[in-house]
Design a binder for this molecule. Structure first.
Ligand code: CAA
Length: 385
């Protein structure tokens, strides 16, 4: 349904498709083996002006909106889910500043991110605070003119590559979510350390690290939005906008898996004919393609809602994340099945899609949490019968 895309959407799609073919495709399998960071792709994205497409024009970005960003993420993830993640996690890290930062913070930090000169990461999760993001153990204590942050973060995606971190800590644990406060911390701050890298099943080129805060001093000017106790809301507002681009990552993985499955089943000969000529195989391909198309419409609808300034996007955003990432898992698993024994071998590209798909059902809120967000919204809205 490319006919429904605007000229602008097509411009971004074609740009991202070209980068994916030219820079991502040749290195995807190698990065999966070595775990190296895709610096050459980041440079290409930077040169194409795509590193700050989600950042408003006033701060050096393109102000291109969420739908265009989702289209770019979809195209890159169609070739490699890991590279898609290294790219878009910069949007996750910078959205707290875009949505909740002061004018001074936006002017200070966003232009370097928009130009791609600095990468940024989002440090919310901890060992014992994952789905329950309001129960943070990391403390921020007032100290003279600023704060001192102490604690340990886990699952800091892009940790080893980023120079700036949006960090969530509590100024008063007894206040629960209302004590959570956001800060901006730069790499090099005394007491800040990037720690252990996780050995992951998929998205293996993405450095996902522990980050440690050993009495890190932060000036009051780096208190996100200049107000204590707003951090949980800033994090939730960020995730409402971010979940559609994880959905787009899932969508891209599903599309890529389907591309490979189609190509393979047409080429593979058994019983004297192409296996794509068998009805059983065609039914599988048909279901996969239908799920991909449905996911695509839901992801684009969620992104369009954000771009249109719809007030409460939590439900549609969560729906897009659940549906597109469950689709990524289902379609990539079926694609492995269609490759038969070869699908299970690392000599073929398809098993990577299945490994990369799995994380999309887990990060940026597990799909169980998304269903909770959707369920709560449904109950709040009620029904007219
Ligand atoms: N926007 C603005 N405010 C919101 C909000 C939203 N979407 N959702 C909740 N809030 C506000 C509520 O109004 C409430 O405000 P008051 O204190 O004024 O009443 C406050 O936040 C607390 O809300 P809840 O009572 O609903 O909070 P909760 O503790 O029940 O948690 C939750 C809700 C949805 C489960 C939330 O904790 C959540 O989303 N958990 C999952 C965390 C998550 O997604 N982590 C991913 C980390 S990032 C990552 O994975 C990235 C990566 O690696 C790439």
């Amino acid at each position: 349904m490319d006919e429904l895309l605007t000229k602008d959407n097509i411009h971004y799609r074609d740009l991202a498709r070209e980068i994916a073919q030219k820079y991502v495709k040749p290195v995807a399998a190698e990065l999966d083996r070595t775990g190296e960071y895709p610096w050459s792709v980041i440079t290409a994205l930077k040169e194409a002006g795509l590193m700050g497409m989600w950042i408003p024009r006033d701060y050096g970005g393109e102000g291109a909106g969420l739908l265009n960003l989702c289209i770019v993420v979809e195209e890159i993830s169609r070739v490699c889910g890991g590279v898609g993640c290294t790219y878009v996690v910069n949007a996750l890290g910078s959205l707290p500043i875009v949505l909740g930062g002061s004018e001074e913070q936006k002017r200070k930090y966003l232009p370097d991110i928009a130009s791609g000169n600095k990468l940024i990461a989002f440090a919310l999760s901890e060992k014992d605070a994952g789905s329950d993001a309001g129960s943070l153990g990391t403390r921020a204590e007032r100290d003279g003119e600023g704060y001192v942050i102490t604690g340990d973060k886990k699952w800091t995606t892009n940790g080893a590559a980023a120079s700036i971190f949006t960090v969530f800590a509590t100024v008063s644990p007894e206040r629960g979510t209302r004590g959570v406060t956001g800060f901006i911390v730069e790499r090099g701050a005394a007491g800040f350390e990037v720690g252990k890298r996780e050995d992951l099943m998929g998205i293996r080129c993405v450095p996902v690290n522990e980050t440690h805060f050993k009495g890190v001093r932060v000036a009051s000017s780096d208190l996100l939005g200049g107000k204590e106790g707003q951090g949980f809301k800033h994090a939730m507002m960020t995730l409402d906008v971010a979940r559609p681009f994880v959905a787009a990552q899932g969508l891209g993985i599903a599309r890529g898996a389907l591309d490979h499955a189609l190509e393979y089943t047409k080429r593979r000969q058994q019983f004297g004919q192409s296996i794509a000529s068998f009805q059983g195989i065609q039914f599988m391909l048909a279901d996969m393609a239908t799920q991909v198309e449905a996911a695509r419409h839901l992801v684009y609808a969620a992104a369009r809602a954000v771009d249109a300034g719809v007030k409460d996007v939590s439900k549609i955003s969560a729906m897009s994340k659940v549906f597109a990432t469950d689709t990524a898992m289902k379609v990539s698993t079926d694609a492995v099945q269609l490759f038969g024994g070869y699908g299970y071998s690392r000599e073929y590209p398809i098993e990577k899609y299945m490994r990369d798909a799995k994380i999309t059902q887990i990060y940026e809120g597990t799909n169980q949490i998304q269903r909770m967000v959707i369920g709560r919204a449904l109950i709040r809205e009620g029904a007219s019968v």
